[in-house]
Structure formats: structure tokens, C-alpha cells
Design a protein around this ligand. Sequence first.
Ligand SMILES: NC(=O)c1ccc[n+]([C@@H]2O[C@H](COP(=O)([O-])OP(=O)(O)OC[C@H]3O[C@@H](n4cnc5c(N)ncnc54)[C@H](O)[C@@H]3O)[C@@H](O)[C@H]2O)c1
Length: 314
Amino acid sequence: MKKILVTGAAGFIGSEFVRQGARAGTKMAVVDCLTYAGDLKRLAPARQAISFHKVNICDSRRLKQVFEKERPEAVVHFAAESHVDRSIADATPFMDTNVTGTQVLLDVCRRYPVKKFVHISTDEVYGEIEKGTFREDSPFNPNSPYSVSKAAADMLARAYFRTYGLPAVVVRPSNNYGPWQYPEKLIPVVIRQALQNKKVPVYARGLNVREWLFVGDCAQAVWQVLRKAVPGSVYNAGSGQERRNIDTVKAILKLLGQPASLIEFVADRPGHDIRYSLDCSKIRRELGWKAATTFSQGIAQTVDWYRAYFKDRR
Ligand SMILES: NC(=O)c1ccc[n+]([C@@H]2O[C@H](COP(=O)([O-])OP(=O)(O)OC[C@H]3O[C@@H](n4cnc5c(N)ncnc54)[C@H](O)[C@@H]3O)[C@@H](O)[C@H]2O)c1
């Protein structure tokens, strides 16, 4: 692909994808409206490879101007409101960006045809599962306003493939962690609090299970999907490394040399999904992707990164 357009590139996962692309010499047009979650510092190492457009994906007119100028051959769509707790407090921005924004972007791609449209969905569209794993053809049962908005976007990508032949493919990653995640999600919150000797909040008794995928591995999965996936296809992307939240928190405290007494159990998130788990045999078999980073490697790297990050900000 000569040029790809990446939405949400100033976010946590989008910026890792762009940094990897820049290292491989790929030219990218990037679109981001820089919400609280967007930060151009994440893109500093990729400066030479990108042209940046501060545009909201709900703004059809501005998006068309970007496509007219850049003429991308493919689109990778990360832009979203991404935090479940915020969606519980106010679902409106989630419906605007995740649903309407995705529809507006898909419509622009009908007018400026691309060879591939990679939509970044989430494992949360399937809802929770106490035992077993979700396959790509498992039914949708999203439970939070966030996951409902992502399920709608995922289905819009499908509809534009079926209805208009738009070459959309969908990736459904599990929970990501790693450097540059905004400190409102579990892992960076725990690290920040522990570094300041402050209480570490854990929902309920911390028994919810998440499948932790290192952000570098997730970005690799998206690159593989962009290069190799057939239009209309869907891929789960998880690590197989499931952990109870309480065990994740304890592992971080141990790495930081902090006591478990910092943990403070707080009232549970309403509608909190107990467990997510993905069957990733399809992406391994068809695209040759498998998460390369173990949880102990990834978390050690992440803790080191935040130690430096929070120190610089003091
Ligand atoms: N973080 C995870 O664990 C995870 C897991 C599975 C799937 N996902 C999905 O991956 C994608 C990226 O997640 P993330 O964690 O990097 O999110 P993030 O919140 O860190 O970044 C989102 C980016 O999108 C931008 N953005 C938001 N609304 C926009 C709009 N209307 N127009 C243009 N830009 C806008 C923000 O400024 C930000 O830079 C999302 O679609 C998310 O649903 C995330």
C-alpha cells in the first residue's frame, strides 16, 4: 500500500500501529480530533512518516477534504471513545463517535474507494463468558454503552461490505496494555497510584478476568489483517493470557516493591462483565499471527515505561 489513512492515530493503540508503520517506511495520513485521550507526543517518533489532520470523524466535509488531498489506498479505523466507565456516565459521545463517526467514515470511503478498510472492534461485543471462548461467529451480547456502540460500528462495517461491496475487514482485540495508555484504565491507574504510595482501587473483589494483549502485539495483528485479510472477514486477536484483575494488580505491586495493603476494594462497576476470552485459532491459521509477548515480559516493560513517564511529569 502506497499510503494508508489511520484514524485515532494519536491514541494508545493507533499510535503504536503508526510507530510500527513508520519504522517499516510506510507513509501514513493520520486523522485525530485530539480528545482528552489523544496526544501528539505519542506520534513524535513517526513524525517523518505522517501527515496529521486534526479532524473529527463525524465531520463529513472535513473528512472528504482529507481524502481528496491524501487519496489513501486503505483505511485503518481506530478512532473511538474507548473507556467503559465514561460510557456509563454519559453514552452520548460514544454513540456520536463510535456509531455515527464510523458511518460517516464508511460513507466517505464509498465516495473515495479504498482497497481495504480495517475496522478495530473489540472482544467486548460478545459480552461476558464464564467458561469457554468466543469465536468470530459467536453471537453479540454487548453489555455496556461502550460495547453496544462498538457492536453497532462492527455491524456497520459488515453492512457496508454486504450492501456496497466496501472491502471492510474487522479485528476484535482483547484488553490491551503497554506504554502510552491513558491513565484511566486499570494497569496505568494501578502503576500511578502505587508509585505515589496511594490506595489502588479495585472493583468488587477483583475477580473479573481479562485477557491481556501487549499493545505491540495488537498493532502487529492489525498490520497482518491489513496486508492479508480477505474483504468481509473477521478476526479475533487475543493473547490467551487470562488473569483475574486482583492477580494483575498484585503482580504490578510486586514489581514496584509495594505492599498488597495498598489495594482498596471499591463498589463494582454497574453491569461489569465477569470474563472475556477469545478463540484466536483463525488469525493464527489464516494470517500466521500469534501474540509474541508474555504477560510477565509485557508488564515489566510497561511498569518501567510508566516509572519514567510519571517521573518526568512530576
Ligand atoms: N484499549 C483497549 O484495550 C482496546 C481493546 C479492544 C479494542 N479497542 C479499540 O481499539 C481502538 C483504539 O483504542 P485505544 O485504547 O487506542 O483508544 P484511545 O482512547 O487511547 O484513543 C482513541 C483516539 O481516537 C481519537 N478520537 C476520539 N474521538 C474521535 C473523533 N470523533 N474523531 C477523530 N478522532 C477521535 C482520540 O483523540 C484518541 O486519539 C478503539 O476503537 C477501541 O474501541 C481498544
